[in-house]
Design a protein around this ligand. Structure first.
Ligand SMILES: NC(=O)c1ccc[n+]([C@@H]2O[C@H](COP(=O)([O-])OP(=O)(O)OC[C@H]3O[C@@H](n4cnc5c(N)ncnc54)[C@H](O)[C@@H]3O)[C@@H](O)[C@H]2O)c1
Length: 396
């Protein structure tokens, strides 16, 4: 095999010199699994490790199921009461992979108990809830992060670096869509928590839209105002016992977003886009070039540089983001041996552990509760605009 510049086999510090950090995980389903997988991979892939995650405890509601999850993922113990887990002295980092209605109270209690906190997105169901969470972590002085993991896709970080280096010049457009299909009629999806406003807060907006709102803020900047429409296509679904239950969240939203720096954007998210499994796509057009990204081809970034021949006359060309000098890549494989969605969590959690252990800031690359709060403000403004038919200013 040709020399690729892949250098991380020989670390400069022994793994044994890294401090242990006790993890308490809430939830053991989709995100519980993704985060646990990342904790386990970290010490040997992000080498030498900044910290050694010690899987202390995992919490759920069902004793048998959470016991099995603890055994499966390698947690030393389990709880059926997350409050007790938060009070466990062995837990130093509380990781919240629960549904949206279980973000605020556990995170606030964890902050009061002095734990570092990683919370899944959206941070909260509303601006008010997010503000209370931000206040709690700020008051307690603990490290906090929101799991906007797409910031940790190598191609997205490369996009961020290109923009920060001025390679695109002035940004004119941010165009982002997040499209899925899994609640379309042919899936016969019952009434789950993601379709219940009291649990989820909002629908496609908080679930998918929050990600592209975050990427807009991360890559382009703060929004000045939004204008939006939302729609709910199927208004009731079978709940417990097959009884119809109202769907009171948006199935889809579309918004225009005006940024403070003059860029104009459009955002769209839906779970009714047939053929789209997990299309998180964005395009940014600037004075000197354009870039575009599609999560379903996450190792690629398409670029177009204006005035650079032959690209200038040939539209976009594709960069395979897998060189050792590309973001995060020195930790993985020889170029072209691509990585996947789950690795975004490895990068994200490694970044957060580094912030905790070495007292570094979580931002600007990691999303903090401040970012989660701002995201909630924008989500609420989108709903307000859809409700009133007016453009809404963003005021944090
Ligand atoms: N970053 C991402 O890409 C991404 C992807 C999916 C979900 N999420 C977010 O992650 C969070 C969880 O989503 P998910 O898909 O893992 O949901 P899920 O339904 O798959 O899992 C939720 C977990 O929480 C547990 N739980 C629910 N109520 C509980 C309670 N009262 N006490 C203890 N445990 C409880 C459930 O048992 C389950 O293990 C949500 O906020 C969601 O928006 C983020």
């Amino acid at each position: 095999m040709a020399e690729t510049g892949f250098t991380n086999m020989a670390g400069t510090a022994a793994a044994g010199s890294a401090p242990e950090i006790g993890i308490g995980m809430l939830g053991y389903a989709f995100m519980g699994k993704a985060h646990s997988n990342a904790f386990k991979k970290l010490p040997y892939m992000m080498y030498p490790p900044v910290a050694l995650p010690k899987l202390v405890a995992i919490a759920g509601r069902n004793e048998a199921a959470v016991r099995e999850a603890a055994a499966r993922y390698g947690y030393a113990s389990h709880y059926t009461d997350w409050r007790k887990m938060i009070q466990d002295d062995r837990v130093q980092l509380f990781d919240n992979g629960g549904p949206n209605d279980l973000h605020a109270e556990p995170c606030i209690l964890a902050a009061q108990a002095g734990k570092s906190i990683l919370c899944e997105k959206p941070l909260a169901r509303s601006t008010a809830e997010a503000a209370a969470m931000l206040e709690a972590v700020t008051k307690a002085g603990v490290k906090h992060a929101v799991a906007f993991n797409y910031r940790f896709v190598p191609a997205i970080r490369l996009a961020k670096d290109l923009i920060a280096d001025g390679k695109l010049g002035q940004i004119y457009h941010f165009r982002a869509v997040y499209l899925q299909e899994w609640i379309m009629p042919h899936y016969n999806t019952p009434h789950i928590w993601r379709l219940d406003k009291t649990v989820a807060g909002s629908g496609a907006l908080g679930d998918l839209g929050s990600h592209i709102i975050d990427l807009g803020r991360y890559l382009v900047g703060e929004p000045r105002r939004v204008s939006a429409a939302v729609s709910t296509f199927i208004k009731a679904r079978p709940g417990v016992g097959g009884k119809p239950q109202t769907v009171d969240v948006d199935d889809a939203f579309a918004a225009t977003i005006e940024f403070q720096n003059g860029a104009l954007g459009t955002l769209e998210a839906t779970r009714y886009a047939g053929g789209h499994k997990n299309s998180n796509c964005l395009e940014i057009n600037g004075e000197k070039g354009s870039i575009r990204f599609n999560l379903e081809r996450m190792n690629e970034l398409e670029v177009h540089w204006i005035g650079e021949e032959p690209q200038s006359t040939q539209g976009f060309h594709q960069v395979l983001v897998s060189e050792a000098h590309h973001p995060f890549w020195s930790n993985w494989w020889p170029h072209g041996h691509i990585i996947g969605w789950e690795h975004t969590f490895v990068h994200e959690i490694h970044h957060f552990l580094d912030a905790i252990v070495n007292n570094k800031p979580v931002g600007p690359h990691g999303a903090t509760f401040e970012d989660g709060y701002r995201n909630a403000v924008i989500c609420d403004a989108i709903l307000q605009s859809a409700d009133t038919g007016r453009r809404v200013d963003i005021n944090y």
